[in-house]
Design a binder for this molecule. Sequence first.
Ligand code: SAM
Length: 462
Amino acid sequence: MTKKNNDIEITAGKPIYGGKCLSEYEGKKVMLERALPGEKVVAYIKKKKKGYIEASAKEILERSPHRIESECKYYPTCGGCKLRDVDYDYQTWIKEEVVRDCVERIGKVKDYKFLPIVKADNSSHYRNKMEFTFSEERYYMSKDEPFDQDNFSLGFHAPKFYSKVIDVEYCYHQPELLNEIYKSLRDILKSSGLEPYNITKHTGFLRYLVIRITTENNVMINLVTKSRELDIISSIADQLKSKHPEIISFMNTINKGLSSTAYGEETILIQGNDIITDFIGDYKFEISSNSFFQVNPDQTHKLYDKIVEFAELKGNENVLDLYCGVGTIAIYINKLVRSVTGFELVEEAVINAQKNAELNSITNCKFVSGDLMNLAKEGEIFKEIFDIIITDPPRDGMHPKVVQSIIDSGVSKIVYVSCNPSTFARDVQLFEMGGYKLKIVQPVDMFPHTYHVETVGLLLKQ
Ligand SMILES: C[S@@+](CC[C@H](N)C(=O)[O-])C[C@H]1O[C@@H](n2cnc3c(N)ncnc32)[C@H](O)[C@@H]1O
C-alpha cells in the first residue's frame, strides 16, 4: 500500500539530483532518499505527489559494497554531509550520473561530449568558510548523550527543527587549524556565561559564528550577536588571539532583528583588519566578512582552468561575465582576453570586484551592479558586442529573460558554469531551442561528501 507513512520494501534505482535514487514500486515512480543505487531497503513514504512518491530509507536490507564507515559522529544527523559513508570514487560516479541524467532527461540533449568528473585531491578539511549557529536548545542525537546543564549549543541546525542545534565539537569539512580555533573559541564562550540565542523567544546574545581561512592560513572570525557589547567581544577576541596568532581579523556583526541570518545591521571591526587577502592562481583578492568567495580553494582554480579551456581564448575577445560575484573569473582570465565586463546583483560584491581589479593592477575589467533580470528586460546587457559569454548563476539558474537576451544577442560561444545540474539542464534546453548546441559537459567536484556538484558546459551557436 502506498499511503503516507507506510513502509515499503524497495530497491534503489539510478541516482538523480538532490541525493535521491529514482526507483519504482507497484508501477509508481519513487524518489528515494538515503539509499545507494542497487540497495534493497525498507523505506517509509514521506509524501504522495501527482505521478510519484517521495520515500526515505530507514533500514538497509542489502548494503551497497560502496558503503564505508563514516568517521564523523554527527553523520548523518547533522545534514552537512550526505555521502560521508560512501567511498569517494563512488561519490564521484554518482555525481557524474546525476549530471548526465539532468542533461539528457531534463535538457533532452543528444550528441554531446561528457568528460569524466574532476575529482578533489582532499575530500575532507577543504572548506575555507564555515558558519555555525548558537542555540539555547540543544538537539540530542541519542538518549545516551549527557544532558547539558548550561543550555549551550554551537553547531548546525538539526534537520526539520526550527530552534534546535546539534552541538558540534569538530567538523571534518573545516581545516584542522579552524577546528583548533573553533574549539578554543567554543570553550571561551561556553565558560563566559554569555547566553546563546533562543530563536523562539528572541532572547540571548550569541547568534552565529562565521570563520574563514585563507590559503596562507590567515583567519577571520565574525561573531554575530543580538546586541552591541563591544567590551565583552574585545575581551573574547584578546583571549582567542593570545592562543591563536593566525587570527588577523575579528569582526562583530550585530543582528537585532528576527531574520535567521549571519548578516545584520552593522559589522564592527574588533581586532586586526576588516579584510583578509586570499589567492586564486597568481591573483589576490580582498575578502570582507560578508563577501561571497568560492569555498573550496583547491578546486577553484581547476574549475576556472576548465572555463579557460572551453572558451579557447585567443587574446582579442571582449568577454561578458554574468553573475560575476567579486570578479574572480574576470580577473583570472584578464590577461587572456581584450576586456571583461562583469554584471552582479550585490553592490558590495561589485565594489569588491573593482577593488580586486585595482589590487592586481588590472585595467581591462569593469563591473556593473544590477539585477540581471531587469537589465535583460531593459536591454542594458548588450549595449556592447561580446565575443564570449561566461555565465555562473546561483542555484536557481538563469531567468528566462536573461537566457532570451543572450540568444537574441547571437553571441557565438557561451561557457555556462553551474552549481545545480537540474537548472543548468533546464536553461540548456532553452539555449538549444534558441539555436545553440551543447557540445561538452564537465562535472567538477567542489563539495566532496555532499551531493552538490559543479558543472561547466560549452554551448556554441549553430
Ligand atoms: C554562483 S555565484 C558566482 C560568483 C562568481 N562567478 C564566482 O565564481 O565566485 C552567483 C552570483 O550571482 C549573483 N546573483 C544572484 N542573482 C542575481 C541576479 N538576479 N542578477 C545578478 N546577479 C545575481 C550572486 O550575488 C552571486 O554573486
